[in-house]
Design a protein around this ligand. Structure first.
Ligand code: MRU
Length: 347
C-alpha cells in the first residue's frame, strides 16, 4: 500500500488517504497549503512518525508556493510557515527532522530564487517519500530474522504502511517475516482512544491476507499469561540517545508485561526517529491531545458531562525493556548509549 500519500502535480497538492474514517470509508483529503497540511497533521488525517515526516516535507514545498516572490518579506514569511509546520505535533521527531532537512538545503543556497527553492523542495520531498519505502523494506529484512515460524506477534498502535510512505516499520518486520514464508499471526492491540490498532493495523494486514486479530488493550496481560504471544514489535515516534523509545500511549505497559512474561519486545524505527539531543525518554515531549478523543466515540459522549480525562498520546519505554531496535542500518542492541552513538550518530 503506497497510494495513501500522493503528490498531484495537476492539483499542486498533497493527497492523503483520510485515516480518521478508515476502515469504513476510503476518502482522500487534499493539502493545498500550510494551513491544510497542519490541519491534516493535527487531526490525524495522516499520522505515524515517518508519514508525518513525508507530509511535512511536502508541506515545506506548499509553504514555498504560498509566499509571494514580490513580497520583500517573503523569506521571513516562509520561515514563519516552516515554524508553524514544525510545531504541528510535538512528539514525532520526524516532523522536525524533515523541516530541518529542507531548511538546511535552503541555508546552503541562500541566493536561490523562490522558484528555484520550490523546485528544490519538491524534488527533496519526492526523494524523502521514495526513500522511506526503501528504508522500511531494509528494516523489514533485518527484523524478519527476529521472528520465528509459528510466532504470534503483538503490536500496539499502527506502525504500518499507513504510518509511513509504505510497508511500515513494525509491520514491515511482520511483512518481512511473512514474505520469508513464516506462518505467523498478529495481535493488534486496539489502541484507545484513536483506535489505530483496531481500525488501521487490522485494515492493512487483513487487506494483505496476513492473519490478524484485534484485542482490547487491557487483554494484553491475559494473552501473554496464556502463552498466546511470542514476540512484541512496535514502532516509535522518537528514540532518545539511551534507547528509551516514545511510542503510542500504552506501549510502556505492554513492554513491562512482556518483560514479566519473558517475551522479547522489539522497536522498529528508521534513523530519522532518533533524537540524540534527548539524553533519555524523560526529555521527549509528550503530546497532550484534545479530551474529546476520550470523552466521545464519534458524536456520542461516553463519559459523564463535566468529568475531566487524561489524553496523553505517547509514553516512553525505558531501553532496559527493549530487546533490540530494528533500523535500516541493522538491529541495535544494548549497551544502547554506545551502540546508538556508533550506528546512528556515526561516532
Ligand atoms: O498518534 P499517532 O497515530 O501518530 O501515533 C503513531 C505511533 O505511535 C506509531 O507507533 C509511531 O509513529 C511509529 S509509525 C511507523
Amino acid at each position: 500500500m503506497t497510494d495513501h500519500i500522493q503528490f498531484s502535480s495537476d492539483k499542486n497538492a498533497l493527497i492523503l488517504l483520510d485515516q480518521r474514517i478508515l476502515p469504513g470509508r476510503e476518502e482522500y483529503f487534499a493539502c493545498t497549503n500550510t494551513e491544510t497540511t497542519i490541519y491534516a497533521l493535527q487531526t490525524m488525517v495522516v499520522r505515524g512518525a515517518p508519514a508525518i515526516g513525508v507530509t511535512a516535507a511536502y508541506g515545506c514545498y506548499l509553504a514555498a508556493c504560498e509566499v509571494d516572490p514580490a513580497d520583500v518579506q517573503w523569506k521571513a514569511r516562509l520561515e514563519k510557515l516552516l515554524k508553524d509546520l514544525e510545531d504541528a505535533r510535538p512528539t514525532a521527531v520526524n516532523l522536525r527532522w524533515a523541516v530541518d532537512l529542507m531548511r538546511r538545503a535552503w541555508q546552503a543556497e541562500p541566493g536561490l530564487t523562490l522558484t528555484g527553492l520550490r523546485e528544490k523542495w519538491l524534488d527533496m520531498a519526492k526523494d524523502i517519500h521514495a526513500q522511506d519505502i526503501e528504508i522500511n523494506k531494509a528494516m523489514g529484512r533485518y527484523g524478519a530474522d527476529l521472528i520465528d515460524d509459528g510466532d504470534t506477534v503483538m503490536t500496539h498502535c499502527n506502525a504500518g504502511a499507513l504510518a509511513t510512505a509504505g510497508h511500515g516499520t513494525a509491520l514491515g518486520v511482520i511483512r518481512g517475516a511473512w514474505e520469508q514464508g513464516k506462518k505467523i499471526q498478529v495481535i493488534a492491540n486496539e489502541t484507545r482512544p484513536f483506535l489505530q490498532g483496531a481500525r488501521l493495523t487490522a485494515y492493512e494486514l487483513h487487506k494483505d491476507g496476513i492473519p490478524v486479530k484485534v484485542a482490547c488493550d487491557n487483554a494484553c496481560a491475559l494473552l501473554m499469561q496464556r502463552g498466546m504471544v511470542q514476540k512484541v514489535v512496535v514502532g516509535a515516534d522518537r528514540i532518545a540517545a539511551n534507547g528509551d523509545a516514545a511510542n503510542k500511549i500504552g506501549t510502556f505497559g505492554v513492554a513491562i508485561l512482556a518483560k514479566h512474561f519473558g517475551i522479547p519486545f522489539y522497536v522498529a524505527a528508521p534513523a530519522s526517529t532518533f533524537d540524540l539531543s534527548c539524553p533519555t525518554g524523560a526529555d521527549i515531549p509528550i503530546e497532550d491531545r484534545t479530551p474529546r478523543e476520550v470523552t466521545h466515540v464519534g458524536d456520542h459522549q461516553i463519559t459523564p458531562q463535566g468529568v475531566g480525562v487524561f489524553n496523553y498520546a505517547f509514553d516512553a519505554t525505558p531501553s532496559e525493556l527493549i530487546a533490540g531496535i530494528v533500523t535500516e542500518k541493522g538491529v541495535i542492541r544494548a549497551p544502547y548509549v554506545e551502540n546508538i552513538a556508533k550506528i546512528i550518530g556515526g561516532k
